[in-house]
Design a protein around this ligand. Structure first.
Ligand SMILES: Cc1cc2nc3c(=O)[nH]c(=O)nc-3n(C[C@H](O)[C@H](O)[C@H](O)COP(=O)(O)O)c2cc1C
Length: 135
């Protein structure tokens, strides 16, 4: 709807799955099915150490999704970097894109607490990952 603002939430967390591929695949499968139904889009950066995720959609959908995510024992130390209304979706093409943060050689964990720097990093990694699923 023209004029409808989206709500965007960005957080980082410490992984408790240690980069295990099957566990990550399970998270992404659930995320994409739920997000498609709820109109949520975004991107998940993962490394064996942690996650950074962008969630965007209606306030109620993002709120309900983040509530579940926050309580998920597969990660911890969830820290919100940014939460608020935005003019447009940045990752509107993806029910949940996945980018491997280990592809960013100088990515230290926890990632920079600056949301703009994190968004730039995510865009760069996504552009370099033509096979990022969740489109
Ligand atoms: C790092 C991480 C990211 C996740 N991202 C999403 C997501 O984008 N959408 C979603 O519905 N669930 C996501 N989940 C899974 C939720 O925590 C939860 O397991 C799932 O929504 C099912 O919730 P339910 O078992 O209460 O139905 C994520 C989990 C983790 C650990």
């Amino acid at each position: 709807m023209p004029g409808t603002r989206v709500f965007r939430l960005i957080y980082t967390s410490r992984s408790r799955i240690g980069g295990e591929a099957a566990a990550l695949a399970s998270i992404l499968a659930t995320a994409r099915a739920n997000n498609a139904a709820a109109g949520v889009t975004g991107v998940l950066l993962h490394t064996p150490d942690g996650f950074a995720q962008v969630l965007e959609g209606s306030l109620s959908a993002v709120g309900a999704t983040f509530e579940r995510i926050q309580n998920d024992p597969r990660h911890g130390e969830v820290a919100v970097l940014e939460a608020g209304p935005a003019d447009a979706r940045l990752f509107g093409g993806w029910t949940m894109a996945a980018v491997d943060g280990t592809a960013a050689p100088d990515l230290a964990w926890p990632v920079a607490a600056d949301p703009a720097a994190l968004l730039a990093l995510l865009h760069g990694l996504l552009a370099a990952s033509p096979d990022a699923a969740g489109r």
